[in-house]
Write a protein that binds this ligand. Structure first.
Ligand SMILES: CC(C)(COP(=O)(O)OP(=O)(O)OC[C@H]1O[C@@H](n2cnc3c(N)ncnc32)[C@H](O)[C@@H]1OP(=O)(O)O)[C@@H](O)C(=O)NCCC(=O)NCCS
Length: 293
């Protein structure tokens, strides 16, 4: 078996996606119900684009394990200022439990050498939890909110204006990121702007913040106060298309402001995976994006 850098190529991006599909297997029933063929195709295109984006921005952070020319594992990680972030760690089920995940994580973590802070969103996999804790991460159990949005709770437009945003606001977004998690998202905002349905921004004397929405999913939310964060989340949920279930993920206990918004509009709370952090407490108010954190 060899471990080599992921190249910015269609073939490597497809190989990473195929190993990830095999590793994660069939999604749980509620997610399967919501993923018709067209949605799956969009996800596949985005997955491959994300791999290529990271292979370009972080060539030393992205690794592929191959056995006899066949991809059997992958790790994608990124470094933004002084924070190391793990976007993906997957091993083909046929070779799991043989140390491939440990080797891939070691290679990816070397990219973050010198970073005092680390973040990743971990799946519920016990093997993953073991690997991350043994790598020095603190595991914060996470909740998710899911279901149809009860719009009767969203009639009040709120006192802080929220507007659709765009590339002209990248400095603002990076400033909010630095305040919240200690590092800007930098080039990852370009990716998210291109691939997610909309960016919502609040910027007033009361404070600043932003979130992305993609269909029913609220993907990333950062704000300088809970009041702004609540306003952004309510606005994002109000804009979820009729007939589409909302999904808000990666809420640790620190994000009760978001839990309360979700309960208020009738979403169902469940637990799923962990937000794993090293050298930092959970940023608040903050909902990480699974790959770019
Ligand atoms: C998580 C994953 C990448 C680990 O890869 P791997 O090659 O199986 O990992 P390793 O063999 O290096 O290490 C797995 C460790 O977990 C342990 N382990 C495996 N199954 C376990 C279980 N059910 N409960 C507890 N520990 C378990 C192994 O003993 C090993 O620990 P050790 O090396 O200290 O003995 C792989 O299992 C996977 O792809 N899972 C599905 C996708 C996923 O959830 N990825 C993580 C996303 S955050």
């Amino acid at each position: 078996m060899i471990i080599r850098p992921v190249r910015d190529s269609a073939a490597d991006a497809a190989a990473v996606r195929e190993v990830a599909a095999a590793a994660f297997g069939s999604p749980p029933a509620p997610e399967r119900r919501e993923a018709p063929d067209a949605a799956r195709a969009v996800r596949a295109v985005r997955h491959e684009a994300r791999t290529r984006h990271l292979a370009v921005t972080d060539p030393q952070g992205c690794w592929l394990a191959e056995d006899g020319g066949r991809a059997v594992g992958a790790a994608l990680s990124l470094r933004r200022e002084d924070v190391w972030l793990l976007a993906l760690l997957v091993v083909d089920p046929a070779v799991q439990g043989k140390g491939v995940g440990r080797l891939l994580l070691q290679r990816a973590a070397a990219h973050g050498r010198g970073c005092l802070r680390g973040m990743l969103c971990a799946s519920p996999s016990p093997a993953a939890a073991r690997r991350y804790r043994l790598s020095g991460f603190t595991l914060h159990p996470a909740m998710q909110l899911r279901g149809p949005v009860d719009r009767t709770g969203l009639q009040d437009p709120g006192d802080v204006p929220v507007h659709p945003g765009g590339p002209g606001q990248l400095h603002l977004l990076d400033s909010v990121d630095r305040r919240l998690r200690g590092a800007a998202h930098g080039p990852d905002h370009g990716f998210m702007l291109a691939h997610f349905e909309e960016l919502l921004v609040a910027d007033s004397l009361a404070g600043s913040g932003y979130c992305y929405r993609d269909g029913g999913e609220v993907k990333l939310l950062a704000a300088t106060s809970k009041r702004i964060a609540v306003r952004l989340l309510r606005e994002a949920l109000a804009r979820v298309p009729e007939g589409t279930d909302a999904l808000v993920e990666h809420l640790t206990a620190e994000q009760e402001w978001a839990l309360d918004v979700g309960l208020e509009v009738g979403l169902t709370v469940g637990t799923r995976g962990y937000v794993a952090l090293r050298g930092m407490r959970p940023p608040v108010p903050y909902l990480p994006e699974g790959a770019f954190l």
